[in-house]
Design a protein around this ligand. Structure first.
Ligand SMILES: [Zn+2]
Length: 354
């Protein structure tokens, strides 16, 4: 309690991550020029970064209530610049744009915060940014988010104060969902399936078909008979069921588009949706991958359960099956043709018997 009383109120919205939040709260009193927030997707880096920005822009260090805080928390403060990639990685042109924006004076106060996301994907744009991040204008504070420190990010990382985020614990996710009004049992189930990610847990809560879809994956293990045609049909069905996982996300995205349109109408601004469309496409891609991973996890669990009861001469095939599923899960990061990947896996599982 005494610890949370010392934190600026603006950090109350961050779920878990006590060490990271304490570090950012301390830093907000006397910031250096660049921070690197490193942690897995859905661990709250972005919420923490936005709260940090509000603490930096608020005259009271993050009261959570003043106009600066409110606009910073909604990411509409003119001195909080959010930069998100539009393509698969950050482009050299985007890096130049970041440098150009960093050189500008703050609009309202003495300080400007540049929030740069997805910097594990900085790729070939890193050299174009290094000088700006090494010698930024005195008014600029960089807050850089990355899921890990990739080889291309190492040099930039060495110029930043690093703050680490870990996957959230299931009980932290559950409490956060309950605080948002979700019923405790549903919150617990979503928290367990979310792999430490609050964003995924929020989607799963609104996704009534989730449990049924996992059951479909589990059923596949008994339906495989070694025939390629059966494997192909099941792979098609599973890929199709992944599309159902996108329904709750689409509802969230449509609401976001409608809110942006209403805002544009109210202010008379032109509605530019290109960045939002790109972000929505990336979100959809991620939900699909998460769904495939969850499905593969459910399928693997079937073989694991069988292993505990199987006679020893069947153990080798079951272990090989789990290995093949694990391998397919790891292959997902390379953006493969998902149908072909799944077909190949199911043919292999079918040939192993089990
Ligand atoms: Zn404030």
């Amino acid at each position: 309690v005494s610890e949370s009383r010392l934190l600026p109120p603006v950090f109350a919205r961050v779920v878990g991550q006590r060490a990271a939040v304490a570090a950012l709260a301390a830093a907000s009193r006397a910031p250096v020029h660049a921070y690197l927030l490193v942690g897995p997707a859905g661990s709250g880096k972005r919420d923490a970064a936005v709260a940090f920005a509000a603490a930096l822009l608020c005259p009271d260090g993050g009261c959570g209530e003043c106009r600066d805080c409110r606009r910073a928390l909604s990411v509409i403060h003119p001195d909080l610049v959010l930069l998100e990639r539009t393509g698969a990685s950050i482009s050299v042109d985007e890096a130049r744009e970041i440098s150009r924006l960093a050189a500008r004076s703050p609009v309202e106060g003495a300080r400007k915060v540049l929030l740069l996301t997805d910097f594990h994907l900085v790729d070939r744009a890193a050299p174009a940014l290094l000088k700006t991040i090494e010698e930024p204008p005195a008014s600029a504070v960089f807050v850089i988010l990355a899921e890990q420190v990739s080889a291309e990010l190492v040099t930039i990382a060495s110029r930043c104060v690093r703050v680490d985020f870990s996957p959230l614990a299931a009980d932290e996710i559950q409490s956060a969902l309950v605080a948002e009004g979700v019923e405790a049992l549903a919150a617990g189930r979503a928290a367990l399936a979310a792999g430490g990610r609050l964003d995924r847990a929020r989607l799963l809560v609104g996704d009534e078909g989730f449990v049924a879809r996992l059951d479909r994956w589990r059923a596949v293990a008994s339906e495989l008979d070694g025939r390629g045609a059966v494997a192909a049909r099941l792979a098609d069905q599973l890929i199709l069921s992944c599309e159902e996982a996108l329904v709750p996300l689409k509802a969230v995205q449509e609401a976001e588009v409608a809110a942006a349109a209403a805002r544009a109408k109210a202010t008379g601004e032109r509605l530019g949706t290109k960045d939002m469309d790109e972000r929505h496409r990336r979100q959809a891609r991620r939900v699909r991958t998460d769904e495939l991973r969850a499905g593969l996890g459910a399928l693997s669990a079937v073989y694991r359960e069988r292993l505990t009861q199987a006679p020893s001469h069947e153990a080798t095939a079951l272990i090989a099956a789990m290995g093949a599923i694990d391998e397919a899960g790891r292959a997902l990061v390379r953006n493969p043709n998902e149908t072909l990947l799944l077909q190949a896996l199911l043919v292999r599982l079918g040939s192993l018997g089990g």
